[in-house]
Design a protein around this ligand. Structure first.
Ligand code: BGC
Length: 423
């Protein structure tokens, strides 16, 4: 039986859902060829970024019409389920958002995306993108997706007013100092000083602590099999993570990242660890009085992830999709998109006009900092591995709060998926 998209969404348990036919610009029947673009950019800075790309696409691709295939939910937590079901039914959107790295490899291995090597050469993308990023997008000499940006994950966002009201006027550079500030904030009357959301946002926090405890190389090795998960350093990191969770809101498992961000905006929390899409989102929501710092102890490590777009196997409108991808690939497209999205362009020759101070700093950091990938955002680990880690965190946070059980589950997932990846 073929399910309708609405039925699939219900199946995935979606609360906030916008389906292809339901919304977005360009859904009126104008006779133009439609290009369905599947993302999870439904609101705030994310939607502003998508809208900027759509404007350029509309101008550059006459006769083609954008169709919005958005499914809300941070980090694609809902969209990925809907996409998986649609691909299994051979009902692909023309193009979809996917993270560069291990997550993209899943789709390449399953034959769900088409080779774009010819387009890369025609668009001069090999020269315009950093070599390491092209490597992460290449499998067996072929390239399957066009990156739109690079985001940084390991950033703590703050409400400076809340902090200064509690007498916190310095930036913690170590984990113990951060824990001391969280305690100070709590004593000042802020019950949940660290705003936190559901599973994947907890994974981001855990990854940041692991970077602090292990350093860049050993952290990256956790996802290649070069670093063991069964070490005292990993166990110390999980213990520190547990202490941080103690300072978070107890309703965390019911919150997506913008809900947790709301606690920061409303002055109910002082800190939130989140990727740098938060800067654009805070701006889009009119909260300009924020500040940020790199997660304490991460030093000059830039935990990266990249959003990219593919040409689906069996895409109904391949020609229009190539025009969409060309828009994403262009320097002008990357400039318009990134100004609104808060990320930095994947192309190194993109003009930085219109970028915020934060973005200009991030452009410089990306050139000099040590890059490490992210499991929560697919650059480090496959989707199946991410799912396993997210359920381990969900069980830890909602059920047992046992660091030993969490450690065991994380080590078991690594054992299973590193073994699978190597086969
Ligand atoms: C995506 C970002 C997005 C964030 C929150 C990440 O996985 O790469 O583009 O802003 O999730 O939804």
């Amino acid at each position: 039986m073929r399910y309708t998209r609405r039925a699939l969404a219900a199946f995935a348990g979606l609360v906030l859902l916008t389906t292809v036919a339901a919304c977005g610009s360009g859904d009126e029947d104008s006779g133009a060829a439609k290009v369905e673009v599947f993302t999870w950019w439904a609101e705030g800075g994310e939607k502003a970024g998508l809208d900027a790309l759509v404007s350029r696409f509309t101008a550059e691709c006459p006769g083609q019409q954008f169709t919005d295939g958005v499914v809300a939910g941070g980090a694609g937590i809902n969209a990925k389920q809907v996409l998986t079901a649609r691909l299994a039914q051979n009902d692909p959107p023309d193009t979809f958002q996917v993270h560069a790295g291990a997550e993209l490899t899943d789709f390449i291995d399953a034959g769900k995306v088409q080779d774009l090597t010819t387009e890369y050469d025609a668009w001069g993308l090999r020269q315009a993108l950093p070599e390491g990023l092209v490597d992460d997008l290449t499998v067996n000499g072929e390239i399957y997706s066009v990156p739109a940006n690079v985001h940084r994950a390991n950033v703590v966002w703050t409400n400076p007013q809340v902090l200064s009201d509690a007498g916190i006027n310095t930036t913690p550079t170590t984990l113990p100092a951060f824990l001391r500030d969280l305690e100070k904030l709590r004593k000042s009357g802020i019950e949940s000083p660290l705003a936190l959301g559901r599973d994947w946002t907890q994974l981001m926090l855990l990854e940041a602590v692991l970077i602090t405890k292990l350093g860049a190389d050993k952290f990256s090795g956790l996802f290649t099999g070069e670093t063991s998960w069964n070490s005292t350093a990993v166990s110390a990191a999980i213990n520190d993570f547990d202490k941080l969770v103690d300072y978070s809101n107890t309703d965390r498992d019911a919150l997506d990242w913008p809900d947790a961000e709301r606690l920061l905006i409303d002055g109910k929390a002082g800190y939130q660890l989140m990727g740098d899409w938060e800067a654009a989102d805070l701006e889009a929501k009119g909260f300009k009085a924020y500040d940020h710092f790199t997660f304490p102890g991460n030093g000059k490590v830039f935990q990266w992830l990249a959003d990219s777009f593919v040409l689906s196997t069996g895409a109904p409108n391949p020609e229009g999709t190539r025009c969409w991808l060309g828009t994403v690939a262009s320097a002008a497209g990357q400039q318009a998109f990134n100004v609104a999205k808060g990320s930095i362009p994947a192309r190194t020759d993109t003009p930085t006009e219109g970028f915020s101070g934060y973005q200009l700093d991030a452009v410089e950091d990306w050139k000099t900092a040590t890059p490490v990938p992210s499991c929560a955002h697919g650059s480090a680990c496959s989707q199946a591995w991410q799912n396993a880690v997210n359920s381990a965190l969900s069980a830890y946070s909602t059920k047992h709060r046992s660091v030993t059980a969490l450690h065991k589950a994380l080590a078991a997932a690594a054992k299973q998926f590193i073994k699978q990846d190597q086969n």
